[in-house]
Write a protein that binds this ligand. Structure first.
Ligand code: CIR
Length: 253
């Protein structure tokens, strides 16, 4: 169960955020409205939400998930693979140190973005992506080991982040898209395969028994609802334009 979340209000500079989506520029006002809806959903799931102010120097800074991994036993500050995102890391420290007495760090030449990390109990699957490199994965697994946590590397070639294509919905249920449908590392899970035209919904988020699902993906929603959990649908169009999914907008711990 999670009790807290940290989010950061989108900045106006989000229009210059990194993206390969080719879906046009986000509408800033609509993004803020969608962000408000996201915060309300986190609160509905019982989380106490810390809302950080916009950081105009960092266009992608609303995607707070990528700069830290917050586990039940330790907090790890990442070293993002995207150079334009590295400066976001020190800005998360103040919010995180209220809950964690000290931090671990991923250090250059290792790179990690926590959108590449999927938690399954005490185990962490870590995607080897354009943003997270092998040194970063090794450092992370070593750090986790110090806290009796484990990690394993997931090879991938098509997705931006691991969780762009796979989400753990508890009770052994895994949402998968594309190259994650058949990756043998996930063989022990019951996979729910999301079709290409609804791939964005492969990033859905389990929070305390409720599942947040992006709005507009009816087949994915139906498949997720078959699991019997309550769902909350959230419009996310303006973040999708920046390759950002539901999980990236918060740190949940
Ligand atoms: C980026 O490319 O870094 C941002 N535009 C999107 C980050 C999305 N984060 C995530 O999936 N964890």
């Amino acid at each position: 169960m999670f009790s807290k979340a940290i989010v950061r209000t989108p900045c106006k500079a989000m229009l210059e955020g990194l993206t390969e989506a080719e879906m046009g520029l986000p509408d800033y006002d609509l993004a803020c409205e969608q962000h408000q809806g996201y915060i309300s959903a986190l609160k509905e799931c019982g989380l106490q939400v810390t809302i950080l102010p916009p950081l105009e120097s960092y266009p992608d800074s609303c995607f707070v998930e990528d700069v830290a991994l917050l586990t039940s036993k330790c907090a790890i500050l990442t070293h993002p693979g995207a150079p334009s995102r590295r400066g976001e890391v020190p800005h998360i420290v103040k919010a995180v140190e209220q809950s964690y007495p000290s931090f671990e760090h991923i250090n250059f030449p290792g790179t990690v973005e926590a959108g590449d990390i999927m938690m399954v109990g005490n185990h962490f699957y870590i995607g080897l992506s354009a943003r997270t490199n092998a040194q970063g994965v090794e450092q992370l697994i070593d750090i986790l080991g110090k806290y009796d946590l484990t990690g394993s590397m997931v090879e991938m070639s098509e997705l931006l982040h691991l969780k762009t294509g796979v989400s753990y919905l508890e009770n052994n249920n895994l949402l998968t898209f594309g190259e994650m449908h058949h990756n043998p590392i996930f063989n022990q899970f019951k996979r729910i395969e999301i079709a290409k035209q609804e791939s964005y919904a492969a990033n859905s988020v389990w929070i305390n028994g409720t599942i947040l699902v992006p709005k507009g993906f009816p087949n994915a929603l139906n498949a997720i609802q078959q699991l019997g959990h309550p769902t909350i649908e959230l419009p996310m169009s303006e973040f999708q334009k920046l390759d950002g999914g539901l999980s990236c907008l918060s740190l949940r711990f």
